[in-house]
Ligand binder design. Sequence first.
Ligand code: ARG
Length: 405
Amino acid sequence: MAKVVLAYSGGLDTSVCIRYLQKLHKMDVITATVDCGQDDDFAEIERRSKAIGAIKHVYVDAKEEFARDYVIPSIKANGLYQNKYPLATALARPLIAAKTVEVAEKEGATAIAHGCTGKGNDQIRFDVTMRALNPALKIIAPIRDMNLTRDVEIKYAKEQNIPISTEAKKYSIDLNLWGRAVEGGDIEDPDFEPPEEAFQFINFKNDKAGYLEIEFENGAPVAADGKRMPIIDLIRYVNDKAGAHGVGIVDHIEDRVVGIKSREVYEAPAALAIIEAHKDLEKMVLTKHELAFKKMVDEQWAWLAYAGLWQDPLRSDLDRFIDATQNRVSGTVRLKMQRGSLRVVGRKSRYSLYKNDLATYAAGSTFDQSLAKGFVELWGLQSITANSVADAASKKQQQKGGNKK
Ligand code: ARG
């Protein structure tokens, strides 16, 4: 029988997919679970896959690669879609797709499958990456193809004795190292406040203020609170600490690629704290011209990552520009956090463009104020001229009107 490799999370959608692929497509199913830091019970996922009928299960530990090749570039790009969403799900999908393609090639499969619906962004991220990496592999998306809803899936799972976690889950969760997306249930009402129980990392009871110091080298975080640590440990450390002070919730209206507006709730303490610190450090070391241009680049970068165009050459082109700007983004940023608020209270860098002798209002300034007079005159030249021209024109208009009477 022909073989298909299914990107398998162990959840309802992908569990149902195993059986559909066997029954409807008459294929041997190999499941591949890619670990991007979702902290799942991977042994249980393997057991479930086998119980449903997969002929083989493959676990891929991609945490390191996810942090190094996806999360760090996103930090350098201040990756926030629509200025809010730290892209956790969006960044993991192209990597999961790439690993699934690798497994398919190794196993001699003719097709790959995923459990995405036709309503979201993930189908785009999977399909585009898979096709870009190996156009010969056929892509099967059973949930999308059959237009399935969760209720139908649950019914089918029961009929088919597909083991799904029995506890009626209130929300659908997507988790990885960079953040957690909470969807479904009562929070589909955009006017309904997400209850505290929707969150896993946020402490709502802690009133105390806390400080967090993050050190960057060439735009990447390398130490927290004075301790150097590997990137995965650092992200987890910052996540725990910021979450303990209530920092990390994003609740916004998001524009999906397919045109749907959705209410999205995220929990990403590390991402929000690290990006806030990184942005602040950039403001200290980059020129205003670099900052203005990079802002546009960052926005475009986040859009490509969000919209499933990770494989587009523009993304790596932008990465090269961004990397070049990060040569001087080294230094330390101190954050203060309390009851969900996050504020930079200090920063220092050997590349700092802040010069106290220029900025100070106290004695000892080296800034020659007499130069400012002429500069201001030239600076405002066009604005002032435009105003006087408009003024003169309207006076003329009034006079004409007056003459007619
Ligand atoms: N709206 C977010 C995105 O498109 C998160 C989606 C998470 N949910 C999911 N089912 N994957 O990246």
